[in-house]
Design a protein around this ligand. Structure first.
Ligand SMILES: Cc1cc2nc3c(=O)[nH]c(=O)nc-3n(C[C@H](O)[C@H](O)[C@H](O)COP(=O)(O)OP(=O)(O)OC[C@H]3O[C@@H](n4cnc5c(N)ncnc54)[C@H](O)[C@@H]3O)c2cc1C
Length: 386
């Protein structure tokens, strides 16, 4: 059952420690004081991302020659989980920018495209978006209906994408478009489309349960003319590229879930020691102490699975099953742990005076975004049965 590729023991490296301390300090100073305000108003705080860009955290995996930090997946998991320990919304946006838009261009762009876009994205001079999902095709993205028709050196794109992180604020988007027949495995291409391109605009902004400071909007294409030089890789390879990008993206969401679970757990331990009922701290009651034991055990297991997937990604080993397992397990842990956290806080957990209600709301995205838990189980079972 255990993968033969596994490396056991993931001791924190000097780089991970350095990144962790830097993110912790940043989150305490620039995110924690304002996060509830952003959550209430659904404000996407662009300034925070610009600051994270100056620190190299918007191009964590981008090689230094393209203006990035040149780190691997261990450091990347550390960045996302440390941010999510404080605020899931900021964690989600940093993850989407790093691994979806930036990651797609980095993996499949030409040298010219990488030189043009990487320095801007890695420093957050530009914010990136990534469009696969459509209103009628989410889990079944292969049946997408946004269509591109060739006209000389240009492609004319019509259709709409939905649920796109940074759909309005994003300066550039990687968008998957049908350029061939429906259900043709070579019928989808990936285009890089810049904000301001005629015929390309954001649509409705979603009013969400959680992750409210992470902007989510539609993208609309109305006779949008895009030059063929804006295609990533070969025409017709876009869906395969997107699936590869999501393989790494699942590690992002696993890290996001891990951070949310850790944040909810740490708040719960503190509260269980402080809050007294029946003349003793509630942590003295086995009903509460066992909850903490379950939370800690699941977090530890989720972290090992996530780091194992990160290790495989760093070593360029096959990771389809492993990254799906890490995403599935850690997302569900985030929901369970934050649910238990609200219970441990009792009535106070149901208010906005304590952080656990936000962890609870934010956690649910992890079981939906970048492939639902059901789709992860589909990926895992297909790998098992093939
Ligand atoms: C906050 C947020 C941010 C997002 N950001 C982006 C983004 O930046 N870019 C982007 O492209 N997309 C983004 N998404 C979209 C996200 O990836 C989709 O919501 C997700 O893939 C699910 O698609 P859907 O919502 O259409 O659900 P559906 O596919 O309609 O699924 C509905 C339900 O049916 C289940 N289901 C579907 N098919 C099967 C099956 N074969 N077997 C068993 N169960 C099944 C699902 O698991 C789910 O429970 C974002 C979503 C959210 C909520």
């Amino acid at each position: 059952m255990i993968d033969s590729t596994a490396t056991f023991g993931f001791a924190e490296t000097e780089n991970m420690r350095m990144v962790r301390d830097m993110v912790r300090e940043f989150a305490d100073r620039h995110i924690r004081p304002k996060m509830m305000e952003w959550d209430e108003s659904q404000e996407f705080p662009v300034d925070v991302f610009k600051k994270l860009g100056e620190m190299g955290l918007m191009g964590v995996l981008v090689p230094q020659e393209y203006g990035g930090s040149g780190f691997g997946y261990f450091e990347y998991v550390t960045v996302i989980s440390e941010i999510a320990k404080v605020c899931g919304s900021i964690g989600l946006s940093v993850a989407a920018h790093n691994s979806l838009c930036t990651g797609h261009i980095l993996q499949f762009g030409s040298e010219e495209q990488k030189k043009k876009y990487m320095p801007k994205l890695a420093t957050a001079e530009w914010i990136g978006a990534w469009g696969l999902t459509e209103p009628n095709t989410g889990s079944d993205a292969f049946r997408m209906m946004t269509v591109g028709v060739q006209d000389g050196d240009y492609w004319v794109i019509n259709g709409a994408k939905s649920w796109i992180t940074h759909g309005k604020t994003g300066d550039v988007a990687v968008v998957m478009v049908r350029t061939g027949e429906l259900l043709d495995s070579n019928g989808i291409s990936a285009f890089v489309i810049e904000k301001g391109t005629p015929g390309f605009r954001p649509g409705r902004k979603e009013n969400k349960l959680g992750m409210r400071a992470s902007e989510t909007t539609e993208l609309i294409f109305e006779n949008c003319r895009v030059h063929k030089s804006q295609i990533l890789g070969e025409v017709g390879q876009g869906f395969k590229q997107a699936m590869k990008v999501l393989e790494g993206g699942r590690i992002s969401i696993a890290a996001l879930g891990l951070g949310i679970a850790k944040g909810a757990y740490e708040a719960s331990v503190k509260y269980a020691k402080e809050r007294e009922q029946f003349g003793r701290p509630i942590g003295d009651f086995q009903g509460i102490a066992f909850k903490l034991a379950d939370m800690a055990t699941q977090i530890e297991a989720g972290e090992l699975l996530t780091m194992q997937a990160a290790d495989c990604k760093n070593r360029k080993l096959p990771l389809n099953k492993l990254s799906a397992m890490a995403k599935y397990y850690t997302s569900e842990v985030a929901v369970r742990v934050s649910n238990d956290a609200v219970q441990i806080f009792g009535g106070y957990g149901y208010t906005k005076d304590y952080p656990v209600e936000k962890f609870y709301r934010d956690s649910k995205l992890c079981t939906i975004g970048e492939g639902t838990s059901e789709i992860q189980k589909l990926v895992i079972s297909r790998e098992i049965l093939k």
